[in-house]
Write a protein that binds this ligand. Structure first.
Ligand code: GTP
Ligand code: MN
Ligand code: MN
Length: 466
């Protein structure tokens, strides 16, 4: 044992938001196994005991940040985030190449059914368990027996194959382009960012997350309904639902408990499904074949395939003095600049908001959030595929916190929020950062400033893949 590498533990910071976590790392055979254990614990033990699942996620997260493949357990034995159960599994994989416990879980029919059912849009673990209790084991049995009137479940079931086919980068770019054209019409001057996994450099995802902002704080009022009307008039939208903003300033300081499945925010958003021409995906599929890579030993074969990643280098540069910031994408540089709002502040805003929502409510009571019968739409499906899209709209003042929040990963956010609370006596959310020591909110006009305010080194989105 005298040739053991220096202890890795000495160099591993406590929080994932303090570590580089690239998408491609050296320890997938361990992290794939640990993430199956995480998923299993999540499905098995529900919300009450999410800590079990989190323990595996934390261990996996540490291994992803190592700069070399783990060769001995002694290298990580004293790392606080790697508990005894995770150590046991890692040891097994070091010795045998696979973990018997993980193999068993992958072969467990209950786990397979739970994964199958929770992959349906709108179905969580509780509903999935009901399906299993009814004796169902296939999507067809759920289609035949499920009577839920929830629009997500109805569309999720009808378009299940579409929605579980990974969304490609080319499709995400296409969707961003389509939304941008409509945004330019209904909200000129708006800034849009592709967030979520794609911004972290992933080549595939389960959906497309788009964050929209306008430098004039009040311009976003009513913009999302107009955007959706515009998209709908071009027959792009399959179904979806608006959620109005539930934000109020007290939320910045309120000591809300971090919810196990990742805290929900209070932005106005649209969650839905849109159509993308098949040719967009097929073009991408062909280029994928040359870059596919081998799956880890303990990877259940039902998992979505991840492709090799190419990251775009996106940088935000801020200029505190002019209250503006620049973003560089290739040779292009976009200036985000706060402008003076022309609308009166105060009651005028809330009045106009009420008007917008009133008309929206009227519209949604006359027509359901979906257009037509999902099964009939599926039966007459043309040369397109259904894709999940999240559109989030943020005021300028919250934009960079929203950008960090919606870029993720979920674990990165969890750790950043815990770090802020425990180490800095601050509260971090997608709406802002409140410093309890100074008794004030800390503004950010770039992503870098969000990290600065937290006294964290800056990490590029592609290093936030925990
Ligand atoms: P794939 O879509 O599977 O590629 O993964 P993803 O990382 O993009 O996950 P997802 O689309 O579920 O969410 C994108 C990011 O936004 C994640 O980091 C989430 O933590 C975050 N997110 C999702 N929903 C919410 C929400 O309601 N509020 C906030 N603040 N963040 C959210
Ligand atoms: Mn996503
Ligand atoms: Mn999403």
């Amino acid at each position: 044992n005298n040739q053991v590498a220096p202890p890795v533990s000495a160099r591993i910071p406590d929080y994932a938001c303090q570590r580089h976590t690239p998408l491609q790392h050296h320890n997938t055979k361990f992290t794939d196994a640990l993430e199956i254990l995480e998923k299993y614990a999540d499905l098995r033990y529900d919300d009450q005991d999410y800590s079990r699942a989190l323990a595996f996620r934390r261990a996996s997260c540490v291994l992803k940040s190592l700069s070399r493949p783990l060769s001995r357990l002694s290298e990580i034995q004293n790392v606080t985030h790697i508990g005894s159960h995770s150590q046991k599994v890692i040891q097994e994989i070091l010795e045998d190449g696979t973990s018997e416990e993980v193999e068993k879980i992958c072969a467990d029919p209950w786990f397979q059914k739970m994964k199958l059912f929770t992959a349906i849009f709108g179905i969580g673990p509780a509903r999935a368990k009901e399906f299993i209790a009814k004796g169902w084991s296939s999507i067809q049995e759920v289609r035949d027996g499920c009577t839920s009137s929830d629009w997500r479940i109805q569309w999720g079931l009808a378009f299940h194959e579409d929605l579980t086919t990974p969304v490609t980068r080319a499709e995400a770019d296409y969707i961003l382009g389509v939304v941008r054209r409509h945004v330019d019409r209904v909200l000129p001057g708006a800034v849009m960012e592709l967030t979520g996994g794609f911004r972290r450099g992933k080549q595939t995802g389960h959906d497309v997350d788009i964050l929209i902002m306008h430098p004039l704080e009040n311009k976003i009022i009513g913009a999302l309904p107009r955007l959706l009307q515009s998209l709908q008039s071009h027959d792009i939208v399959l179904c979806g639902r608006h959620e109005r903003s539930t934000y109020h300033e007290e939320l910045l300081t309120q000591n809300t408990k971090l919810s196990p499945r990742g805290q929900l925010d209070h932005f106005e958003k649209w969650i839905g499904i849109i159509k993308v021409p098949n040719k967009i995906r097929i073009k991408n599929d062909q280029s994928d074949k040359t870059s596919s890579h081998q799956l880890g030993n303990n990877k259940c074969n039902t998992d979505m395939k991840e492709n090799k990643d190419k990251c775009e280098n996106r940088n935000f540069q801020s200029d505190k003095n002019t209250d503006s910031c620049k973003r560089d994408v290739g040779n292009e540089s976009v200036l985000y600049q706060r402008q003076e709002d022309t609308l009166d502040s105060g009651s005028a805003i809330s009045d106009s908001l009420e008007d917008v929502w009133e008309s929206l409510d009227k519209a949604s009571s006359s027509s359901s959030p979906s257009h037509g019968n999902p099964r009939e739409v599926k039966a007459s499906q043309g040369d397109w595929i259904a894709r999940r899209v999240d559109l989030i709209i943020s005021p300028f003042s919250q934009f960079f916190y929203a950008l960090v929040g919606w870029t993720g990963s979920k674990q990165f956010n969890r750790d950043a929020r815990t770090y802020a609370e425990r180490e800095m006596n601050m509260k971090l959310s997608s709406h802002g950062l409140y410093d309890f020591n100074q008794g004030k909110q800390l503004v950010a006009s770039s992503e870098r400033e969000v990290f600065d305010n937290l006294k964290l080194p800056y990490f590029e989105p592609q290093d936030r893949n925990c």
